[in-house]
Ligand binder design. Structure first.
Ligand SMILES: [Cu+2]
Length: 356
């Protein structure tokens, strides 16, 4: 090895000094390409897409069933829980008209999207994974942004505008029926919209018998062998919105009310027999030379009642020993009720109301 190094040194020493000092000149190489389009950050289900999907469901979360990365945890008939890449529930930020609505019970029977009827959805956006700062926070799995239709105003010179929409549906499996109505009166600077929807379902039927018994646990109450117990629901949603527009300024006020008499849960040892929600949502949006400014204040009040519906009410156990509530094991028990109340106002996303 030492012999080779000596040889190389000798060759370098023999080269003229001027050759070693000369700088190599390279021809510039110019690479050109068109600017690559950034992949869309959000997947959007717009009003037209919602219209095509809503015929089959009264559950707004299930409108996301075709969005890549989204799956659904089945629960009550209008309360399935969306999951993004396996992360669901508190790992997702779900905004309805800019509000971080929260479920008021540990079973998450009344998730945010259950307050929005499919007929009142303007758009749904899903940020799966990486989320912009503007809709981020509490969004490990992603963010779902649901908006009702934007307020409409009369065109300049049109004077006033009145429009409305009414719909009704019937689905034979489960004897599901419902209706929706919306009406808007607007001038060039003022807009008022009412939208209401109701949906009601009995238990739905499976494709065939899936059990070899008919008892339900409630004394004297049986179900056909192909009927999926505890899948019935009834829900009513109302929204009244006011909007004022002047130049580049928009002020909105929305009042919401949900009256949900019952929603039964085939996957839980409890049913939601009454859920009442009242909400007030105020928004200001201004367009300025330097950019856009948006402010929002809202308040949500939930009265949530959990109990057992007709298809449950069964005391586990057996064999002649009385349970802690004085009921013989194996016998039907009196209902165990729980009334939860929750009040939320911004900043709400990180807080969970006390329940039970
Ligand atoms: Cu509950």
């Amino acid at each position: 090895m030492s012999c080779k190094r000596t040889t190389l040194a000798a060759v370098l020493a023999a080269l003229p000094f001027s050759l070693l000092a000369a700088e190599p000149t390279l021809t510039p190489v110019v690479v050109t390409a068109s600017k690559e389009q950034a992949p869309p950050l959000a997947t959007t289900v717009d009003a037209a897409g919602v219209q095509a999907l809503r015929a089959a469901t009264s559950d707004t979360a299930s409108l996301l069933r075709d969005v890549p990365g989204v799956s659904l945890y089945g629960a009550g008939g209008v309360s399935s829980l969306p999951s993004i890449h396996g992360l669901a529930d508190d790992r997702l930020r779900i905004k309805v008209d800019g509000m971080d609505l929260i479920a008021s019970c540990p079973n998450h029977m009344n998730p945010a999207l259950s307050y929005l009827d499919p007929s009142n959805v303007g758009s749904l956006r899903v940020y799966a994974g990486i989320t912009p700062v503007s809709v981020g926070g509490d969004s490990i799995g992603g963010t779902i942004v649901a908006d009702t239709p934007a307020p409409t105003f009369a065109a300049p010179g049109q004077g006033s505008l009145f429009k409305g929409e009414a719909g009704a549906f019937y689905r034979s499996n489960g004897n599901v029926k419902g209706a929706n109505l919306s009406a808007t009166y607007a001038t060039e600077s003022f807009s008022m919209t009412y939208s209401g929807a109701t949906a009601e379902s009995d238990n739905y039927d499976a494709g065939g018998d899936f059990k070899n018994y008919g008892f339900t646990g409630r004394s004297g109450h049986t179900l056909p062998r192909d009927e999926v117990g505890s899948t019935a629901y009834e829900t009513r949603n109302h929204t009244l919105g006011f909007a004022f527009k002047g130049g580049n300024h928009l002020v909105e006020a929305k009042l919401g009310y949900q009256d949900l008499p019952y929603q039964l849960y085939p996957n839980q040892r409890m049913d939601m027999l009454d859920n009442e929600q009242k909400r007030l949502n105020l928004r200001y949006l201004g367009q300025f030379d330097w950019g856009m400014f948006e402010a929002r204040a809202y308040r949500e009040e939930v009265d949530h009642f959990m109990d057992f519906g007709d298809d449950k009410r069964y005391w586990y156990g057996g064999g002649g020993v009385r349970g802690s509530r004085g009921v013989r094991h194996g016998q039907p028990a009196a209902p165990r009720a729980c009334r939860c109340t929750a009040k939320a106002r911004p900043p709400a996303p990180r807080s969970r109301p006390a329940s039970t």
